[in-house]
Design a protein around this ligand. Structure first.
Ligand SMILES: [Zn+2]
Length: 434
């Protein structure tokens, strides 16, 4: 009797173990796309100097040309019923339909994988009914997460924070995390948003931060470490006089502050920051507007630099540098589709001719939505290109970039994984520098 009971028990136990193993395998397979690129633990021990050279002594010709698109805010879902099209939904359709060059099918250099983006979100859009039901916004952010894109933090309230103390920054960071990690409910009612529901993102996948309005101070970075966020993408690089788009500094840790930011501090444009050991910086690199002798080749009218200088005298016609954000191109400089496309292509080609420092571009999915204000007429003078043209510039640039065998379009998180464990492109691959 006792023996039968025991063997029954062990049978039950074995079945239980079997179920557990099968379930684990299923989970592993279904989560492959989202978990592969995640750094879950970080002890802030990396110490990487800003350098013109690719990491780990890799030769330039074997280094992938990474492109990292980081979209901020992300308030318009573009989903049916949301009273708008484009926006986040446009970005997901675009990114989910393209793959990186196939290289040698090495997943350590993301060969042949779907291209990825980073979405730095402001959680007020899922906590408050603004332009549309927060439920639409939750659904589309969740879809981005499920298809392997990075969700990063861009604060809850999107306030001007250049005078914030550490606890004000911590509040913004923690509130964003709290909202993102609340459970996701696919059945949440559009008409009745539930503040106890979020998008169900595991805390350990949230590792990144971009500060609202690119405004930060030293306290921002103290708070990031206290909140266990370990890469920032708010600082600019490339304004140094001896840098021309072919020799930008590779991403670095903030052990020795930020060389790019120090230039802006001397111009009274940014707050100084001190040493913040181990926090990674993936900078906003300056774009370069094509000079006159290159305009035609890239599809723009010669005289573009002079045109931009006439509009905004702070633009330097000699170096042609401009902040690497879509806001600066479309809104501040009122550029056309052809001008934006030419500038993106020209900037990428400089990288490929040079040291292949990653190409980062800051953008806003909201600008690619039918809801963007400039299309409504009242502020039409602020922007020349319409929504469709803005979308086309982006789409055509991505196609151009993916025609280059060295290019890999990745999320910031994927890039950081590679940067911490650099792997060369396949030796037999034909590249522009060979
Ligand atoms: Zn923003």
């Amino acid at each position: 009797m006792g023996k039968t009971k025991k063997s029954n028990l062990s049978k039950i136990f074995s079945i239980f173990i079997l179920i557990f193993i099968v379930a684990s395998i299923i989970l592993l397979i279904t989560n492959k796309e989202t978990t592969k690129s995640i750094i879950t633990k970080y002890s802030y021990n990396d110490n990487v100097l800003a350098s013109e050279n690719p990491p780990a002594g890799l030769s330039v010709s074997k280094t992938p040309q990474f492109i990292i698109f980081g979209f901020d805010d992300n308030s318009y879902s573009g989903l049916e019923g949301s009273n708008g099209t484009g926006g986040m939904n446009w970005a997901l359709d675009l990114f989910n339909s393209k793959t990186n060059p196939k290289g040698s099918n090495n997943n350590l250099t993301y060969d042949g994988e779907k291209i990825k983006a980073s979405f730095y979100v402001c959680t007020r859009y899922i906590a408050t009914w603004m332009s549309e039901s927060p439920v639409y916004v939750k659904k589309i952010w969740r879809a981005a997460y499920e298809t392997g894109h990075e969700i990063g933090l861009h604060s809850h309230n999107h306030k001007h924070g250049d005078k914030f103390n550490t606890s004000q920054w911590e509040y913004e960071i923690q509130k964003t995390i709290d909202n993102l990690t609340k459970p996701f409910d696919p059945k949440e009612k559009i008409s009745n948003p539930d503040n106890k529901k979020g998008i169900g993102i595991p805390r350990e996948t949230l590792i990144s931060w971009r500060t609202p309005h690119l405004e930060f101070n030293n306290n921002t970075f103290v708070a990031l470490k206290n909140e266990n966020i370990f890469y920032d993408c708010s600082m600019e690089e490339g304004w140094q006089e001896d840098q021309d788009g072919t020799n930008y500094l590779w991403p670095y840790t903030l052990d020795n502050a930020s060389p790019g930011n120090e230039i802006l501090v001397t111009w009274n444009a940014k707050a100084p920051i001190g040493s913040h050991p181990g926090i990674w910086e993936i900078p906003v690199y300056t774009l370069i507007i094509p000079p006159d002798d290159k305009c035609m080749e890239y599809g723009a009218e010669p005289g573009l630099r002079k045109k931009l200088h006439d509009l905004r005298p702070f633009f330097d016609e000699i170096d042609g540098k401009i902040v690497g954000f879509d806001y600066n191109l479309w809104v501040i400089f009122k550029m056309t589709k052809a001008e934006v496309l030419a500038s993106l292509k020209y900037t990428l080609d400089l990288r490929l001719k040079g040291n292949r420092a990653p190409f980062t571009f800051g953008a806003h999915t909201d600008y690619y939505s039918s809801k963007y204000y400039s299309d409504k007429g009242s502020k039409n003078d602020e922007i020349l290109a319409n929504t469709k043209e803005r979308q086309e510039a982006f789409e055509e640039f991505i196609d151009y970039a993916l025609s280059k065998p060295e290019v890999r379009i990745v999320s910031g998180q994927q890039f950081l994984n590679w940067m911490r464990n650099p792997v060369p492109l396949n030796d037999n691959m034909k590249t522009a520098n060979n």
